[in-house]
Design a protein around this ligand. Structure first.
Ligand code: ADP
Length: 453
């Protein structure tokens, strides 16, 4: 029976607070813009939730970069070591994923950096480059107050990491100290530290010179963009060059209450149960680490109200983080009115015979959660584009949420133009899926970083 079931009125009404009309999105944009402007000035940055760190990356790739580079990618689900060869338009990459045990994610910082150095050592030995002193780009995707291309002070951990004794310290120094302990077998030269947004922008710009914004929609959410030097107060990089990439760290937007007017009880519950309560509130409404749990909290509410599953929850549905963000993608990948994936997901969490009406409601709940996330991300991108005032821009995007969710791209592609300043004439905005920004982007920056050494 392919009849499209009606969504229950109670579910529609209950999800209404997740529906953000353009007028509300524009309010978010005005607030975000105000925080960005505070962040771009070192005298007011402390007051801003959106730090707008200078990355010291001032050149987009030329396509002429050459050489062999190492990269480290730490910042979420996987930790990777990469060996990259660049030669004009040719690009080759070998990489290996290493597990970061939970105990190390929340243990002493020294253990984390020792673990990184040990993985680097075994990788470079395997690939016979351990003693070549190769230039290394360190993709470290946590908020860093950069004081140079290869100096970055950790300001906070996010995304489930919390290593003692590291906040306020230079992550490259900590990495070098751990490498130094293995100096008989391992010689590397850290020439740049960057985050995944900058890597994404660079990696996309290598293919498409029009790329001026990098966005991450993965475990966390963040963005960077190309800013004019004259807009960066007290800029202490190379003033002979016109631009610099600014890492906004927009995930922390809302941490001073700017988003209270749209936060729901579900958002507050997520925050309360996180390792960083009160922090990264914008990210907690948008990114992959949280969307599944948001959907679960709504599902549980409607079960308790006896609107879903005849009022019967399963043990898994009542357990925190058991409803994965991947499930939202599966459920929304069913054609409308078909509930094959939906039933499949529900059976995984122990709901065995949902009605079509249940499935219709479950899908609507998932859509409400992902639509809000996509619209908030769109509002963020539109804020940057309005600030840049360039009519034609490519936005590089990376992260599994954007990559695998069946509608995220389309939702953003439709919403961003609606939020652009009408003064921008004939805008052409492209969203480009990034291919391995943390690897190729790191190598491209390392290439320019090693030139300057
Ligand atoms: P990271 O951001 O950590 O570098 P990813 O870009 O792979 O890594 O993002 C991981 C996040 O993406 C996880 O939070 C996960 O829930 C989410 N994710 C993974 N697969 C999917 C999917 N199919 N649909 C939506 N989200 C997904």
């Amino acid at each position: 029976d392919l009849r499209i079931q009606e969504i229950s009125r109670e579910v529609r009404d209950g999800c209404q607070e997740l529906n953000l009309p353009d007028s509300v999105l524009r309010q978010c944009m005005d607030k975000l813009r105000a925080q960005i402007d505070l962040g771009l000035n070192p005298d007011t940055r402390d007051k801003s939730t959106v730090k707008c760190f200078n990355t010291y990356v001032q050149d987009l790739p030329t396509g002429k970069e050459k050489g062999q580079f190492l990269a480290l990618d730490l910042g979420g689900t996987n930790f990777r070591v990469l060996l990259i060869t660049l030669n004009g338009r040719h690009f080759d990459m070998q990489s290996k994923i290493y597990v970061v045990p939970k105990a190390i994610m929340i243990g002493p910082g020294e253990d984390l950096f020792d673990h990184i150095a040990s993985c680097l050592e075994s990788f470079t030995l395997e690939h016979r480059v351990a003693n070549k002193n190769l230039p290394l780009g360190f993709t470290f995707s946590f908020p860093l107050n950069q004081v140079g291309l290869k100096n970055g002070i950790l300001t906070r951990w996010t995304k489930g990491f919390n290593c003692a004794g590291t906040v306020g310290r230079d992550v490259v120094e900590m990495l070098n100290a751990a490498v130094e302990k293995r100096k008989n077998t391992l010689k590397i030269d850290v020439v740049a530290v960057l985050n995944d947004t900058t890597g994404t922008l660079m990696s996309c710009a290598w293919k498409n010179h029009n790329c001026k914004v990098g966005v991450i929609l993965g475990t966390g959410s963040n963005a960077c963009y190309v800013e004019k030097i004259q807009n960066v107060i007290g800029f202490d990089g190379d003033k002979t060059k016109p631009y610099v990439i600014i890492n906004t760290e927009w995930g922390a937007f809302g941490d001073n209450g700017e988003l209270e007017f749209i936060r729901t009880p579900y958002d507050k519950e997520i925050d309360k149960n996180s390792v960083n309560p009160g922090k990264q509130l914008h990210e907690k409404m948008i990114s992959g680490m949280y969307l599944g749990e948001l959907a679960r909290l709504l599902l549980v509410k409607f079960v308790k109200d006896k609107i879903l599953f005849g009022g019967q929850a399963s043990p898994a549905l009542l357990e925190r983080e058991k409803f994965l963000t991947e499930y939202i993608s599966s459920i929304e990948s069913d054609p409308r009115g078909v509930f094959k994936q939906c039933r499949n997901v529900l059976s995984k969490i122990g709901i065995s015979d949902p009605t079509d009406q249940d499935c219709s409601n479950v899908r609507y709940i998932c859509e409400s959660v992902s639509r809000r996330a996509a619209h908030l991300a769109s509002a963020g991108v539109a804020t940057l584009l309005n600030k840049m005032e360039i009519p034609s821009v490519t936005v590089g995007v990376d992260g599994s949420l954007y990559r695998y969710h069946p509608h995220f791209h389309n939702l953003m592609y439709e919403k961003i133009p609606e939020l652009l300043d009408p003064r921008i004439e004939n805008p052409t905005i492209n969203l480009m899926l990034s291919e391995d920004g943390s690897g190729r982007g790191a190598a491209l920056i390392a290439a320019s970083g090693s030139e300057h050494n």
